[in-house]
Ligand binder design. Structure first.
Ligand SMILES: [Zn+2]
Length: 205
């Protein structure tokens, strides 16, 4: 692309670094912003800068949060003895959208993937084991994707948690999770959270 302005080129290049945004789309978005009032564009830019600077991760569940304790962990009426383990914050949002789950979460920050060099120590697994060991927990739900990485992580978590004698359950497999979660429909996801099954049983199937 030949740009008439270096400023325009820089802005388009930044936008085209975003996933799924090619140069043409980037140019369209930049020209769109250029037609807006300066104040509006400043709001847009500042929202991103503040997000990056001020965002925190909940000290308990590692979900993205404005405070040291996220809204879910801080809420009085959640079932604090049930922990749903998920890959990332999108999974928390999807499960919250179903309105069918009232426990807490634990965000791993990814899945075990030897191919990508991601091992258990790269994820928030020790802190999950710590939670189970030190707080009263009556169920751990493993809500991970039905991929090879999801299965590997599931099995590893099971091994780490089984000696605590806390019931470990999984949601119905085949539910799109993680990267594909945004396409999973709320009714199916909600139902699978409600009808979760013991992990041992799901291994035999
Ligand atoms: Zn939290």
């Amino acid at each position: 692309m030949n740009f008439s302005s270096k400023l325009l080129e820089d802005a388009v290049n930044e936008f085209s670094k975003l996933p799924g945004v090619g140069q043409k789309t980037a140019l369209r978005l930049v020209l769109h912003l250029l037609n807006k009032e300066q104040e509006e564009v400043e709001l847009f830019g500042n929202a991103l800068i503040r997000l990056r600077k001020e965002i925190k991760h909940c000290q308990v569940c590692h979900n993205i949060s404005d405070n040291q304790l996220c809204n879910i962990c801080a809420a009085a009426k959640r079932e604090k003895e049930v922990i749903c383990v998920v890959e990332d914050t999108r999974d928390v949002m999807a499960i919250e959208n179903t309105g069918q789950y009232f426990g807490l979460y634990h965000v791993l920050g990814g899945l075990i993937s030897p191919m990508d060099g991601i091992g258990p120590s790269d994820l928030f697994i020790d802190s999950l084991v710590q939670r189970v060991a030190t707080t009263p927990v009556k169920e751990v739900i493993l809500a991970l994707s039905a991929t090879m990485e999801g299965d590997t992580t599931l099995f590893y978590l099971y091994k780490r948690l089984k000696d605590f004698h806390v019931p470990i359950t999984t949601i119905a497999r085949g539910i799109a999770f993680g990267g594909e979660l945004e396409y999973a429909d709320e009714i199916t996801l909600g139902r699978s959270i409600v009808t979760r099954v013991p992990y041992q049983t799901s291994l035999i199937k």
